[in-house]
Design a protein around this ligand. Structure first.
Ligand code: BMA
Length: 329
């Protein structure tokens, strides 16, 4: 048997459904969507744009919970099957690296990655404006907040799951503090996860696709494959009724991941279902996490829908690589 295309762990119990017989798309939705609906816990109205990871035979989530005062915070959640989530009622309590309690005025759009046995969380934090927050936990009990890796204004910070050429890598999307009307994806290097430099431009919004003409931002943690790093991202179109968020796909070079090998010409998921087109912010699909099973190449994507719901989509690594090779800009 040939070597699996995904370089990573086998997680045979990820949520999964085969592609429906009448579907030719590279990505398909879970028919039990949305998996988290309105008001799932007493303090939280909406859970979306959230992160999940496989851990100890089950799944752990760091969820974006928008409170009834409108502010978002991060909550830990656990799940046996990756679909039904038991959400903690108290938000994650951060301590500084010297052990003092650290408050935060808001936190949203988390990503969660395991690097060398430590779980790192990145999110959109408040450092006198939208900035990338970074913290870690070794046990999902104590959460340590690090220094902000980059200056404001920046969002969509995503760490790679391993060092490349001896350095940690962070994707980001420099922005402004509001509903940013521009944005390209950049990559920064660090030897210690504290000092970041060697900033590289990865890709710009636009290209030929109007679906991503306004701005783009990285989505889930990149998946390492034998052919490159697979990265889902969001692309935003500006319409007469506001922004529309879709999902695209790019393959980055394994050793020099600021180099784009293939980039999907068209979106691979766009708001079509009612839970994506109707909600607090209509017409948003916003991927923040993926799980995979290296042995079978199955991939499960967690995405926020309409800034209201959490939803799942599925794909398969061989399908994605074929799709990219035949449908790229
Ligand atoms: C972006 C972020 C996301 C959100 C999206 C659509 O700027 O704030 O959290 O899903 O807008 O409202």
């Amino acid at each position: 048997m040939s070597e699996p295309l995904i370089i990573g762990d086998n997680v045979p119990n990820i949520p999964w459904a085969e592609r429906p017989a009448d579907c030719n798309d590279p990505v398909w939705r879970f028919d039990g969507n949305p998996i988290v609906g309105w008001n799932p816990i007493s303090c939280g109205a909406r859970v979306f744009n959230s992160a999940a990871i496989a851990h100890d035979g089950a799944f752990v989530g760091v969820l974006r919970v928008d409170y009834k005062n409108g502010r978002p915070h991060l909550h830990l959640a656990r799940s046996a099957d990756g679909i039904c989530w038991d959400i903690e009622h108290q938000r994650i309590q951060w301590v500084s690296e010297s052990g003092e309690s650290v408050g935060n005025s808001y936190a949203y759009d988390p990503r969660l990655v395991k690097i060398e046995d430590v779980f790192y969380i990145t999110w959109c934090d408040d450092l006198h404006g939208a900035s990338i927050g970074m913290g870690y936990t070794k046990d999902f009990e104590t959460f340590v907040k690090c220094e902000n890796p980059l200056m404001p204004f920046n969002r969509n910070g995503v760490l790679f799951p391993r060092k490349v050429n001896g350095e940690y890598l962070l994707l980001s999307r420099p922005s402004d503090s509001g509903h940013t009307p521009f944005g390209d994806i950049f990559l920064s290097h660090s030897k210690d996860l504290t000092y970041w430099g060697k900033h590289r431009h990865v890709m710009s919004s636009g290209g030929q696709g109007w679906w991503e003409g306004q701005k783009i931002g990285s989505g889930p943690v990149p998946i390492e494959t034998r052919e490159g790093w697979l990265l889902f991202y969001h692309g935003v179109s500006n319409t007469c009724n506001g922004f529309v968020y879709s999902m695209g796909l790019v393959l980055l070079d394994l050793d020099e991941p600021w180099k784009v090998l293939y980039r999907s010409r068209d979106y691979v998921l766009t708001p079509e279902k009612e839970y994506e087109t109707v909600g607090f912010v209509p017409n948003v699909v916003f991927p923040c996490a993926n799980l995979y099973d290296a042995a079978t190449g199955k991939i499960t994507i967690y995405y926020g829908a309409a800034d209201t719901y959490t939803a799942l989509a599925f794909t398969q690594v061989d399908l994605l690589l074929d799709y990219l090779k035949n449908n790229s800009v």
